[in-house]
Design a protein around this ligand. Sequence first.
Ligand SMILES: [Zn+2]
Length: 98
Amino acid sequence: MFRTYWRIHRACPWCGYVFGVQEGEFTGAMMLAQFAWGLVALYGYFYLVFYADASQTVKLAWIVVAGLLFPLVSYRHIKGLWVGIVRAGEALFDEPAN
Ligand SMILES: [Zn+2]
């Protein structure tokens, strides 16, 4: 799906499905990324507060570093997941072949 780490192909090299046809189609991917980061941050916060034996500075540094790295590491996965969700939604409304 990806040509480089950040850029996707215009269409799938195997099946020809064209990515991002509609304007703003990847807005959903951003919402999905925020939701995923919210889950990770919530669990991370509770872990740091209740289980981690570290100073407040170290905990804050972990949160800041994780907040910067998470979007970079998860970018491809979340965009790919979103394309799958959009494609599955389109498949629901595809006309069956006669
Ligand atoms: Zn494909």
